[in-house]
Design a protein around this ligand. Sequence first.
Ligand SMILES: [Zn+2]
Length: 417
Amino acid sequence: MKKYFDKKEIRPIKERKASQDRYLANMVKIGYKKSGMLKTILDSQKINPAKIKTRENLETLTVTSREQLVEMGMQEPPYAGLENPGTKIDRIFTSPGPVYEPHLSENDYLWARAFFAAGIGPADIALNAFSYHLVAAGLTFHNGLRKVGATVVPSGTSSSQIQVQLIKDLRVTAYVGTPSFLMAIIIKAKEMGFDFKKDFRLKKACFAAEPLPADLRRNFEAEYGIDTYQMYGATEVGDVAYECSQKNGWHICEETIVEIIDPTTGKSLPSGDLGEVVVTRLNEIFFLLRFGTGDLSRLIIESCPCGRTSYRLAGIAGRVGDAVKVRGLFLAPSQLKMIQAKFNNIPLQAVVNRKGHEDILKIIMEKITPEIGGAQWEQNFKNIFKEICTVKVDQVEYVDKGKIKPDEKLIVDLRKW
Ligand SMILES: [Zn+2]
């Protein structure tokens, strides 16, 4: 049986770097010709594209944050001017902002390395509980599962009761989704009178889009006999890193250049130092160089006993900026500002907390006019909030005028991971 997804995973470190550098130089060359925005960026920073030949040369270029990408997307819709207009795009996704992203390739196998490393293969029936609706997650994970030969149940964001039914009826063996949702499914199964460990065949889980707290992982593994794996990526750049059976750091994907930088200087930090994860995905469709994820991590350069030679990320230690993830979806201050603009600049604040294993999003806002707080008004507000932020509001609390101070944070995250 194959031990690795492909030979790239076990190539010598020098060979990987040389190959990625060659690809990068070519990507910049093509991007400079095809993408108006990349040309503008490089010209304005007085960078000669021919001078970017290695990952080290990338450091001359500023990092593009998610917030900046949103602004660029508004200036040059729909893809921020970063696309290759000569490429036929098969699918278009949205991510909060609104930001639109072209699917990188119909023949890609994003996440397949991660699923392979988690031991998922043709014998598996995998429940894909990521949304298939507009966002990249559902279809992208689906393709990765198909690439390793698994049968996919595209359950998406169906209710936990339906997910339990599917796991039971279809004898599902693997779960792909967020850890909090799997726990909600397990709790629902108990309510429905099942013994999750004995009655079901689900023995593997691949998680993304939110952290996996150590105690929750222990619970899944010890209590329910589920082997858990973490995967890391972003809509803008695809899969970035994945866990192997050693469960000690996440291997960086072969098609991805990852830098750990000091967010204040934009320069790479020594391995082992905590810094922002900056990603450049090697491709010829979407020329997003040095995407700043806003996530904090460290690089592990020591070799892994599994045999893969790629460097690893030591998990995610938190967020550089103020944007937070709610049920796996980003909520950024810029989005709340857009909502405020739609509602007469109403003072408001988003508070993210947890109830059990589920995120709860509460919006506190000032009752600046009498109609605010009425049932119809609130429904309209919630609808517009969902449209702009993708994520759903769970609770709304109204406070008197003047209660929210102008210098207070727009988003308060009360969760403890
Ligand atoms: Zn490994």
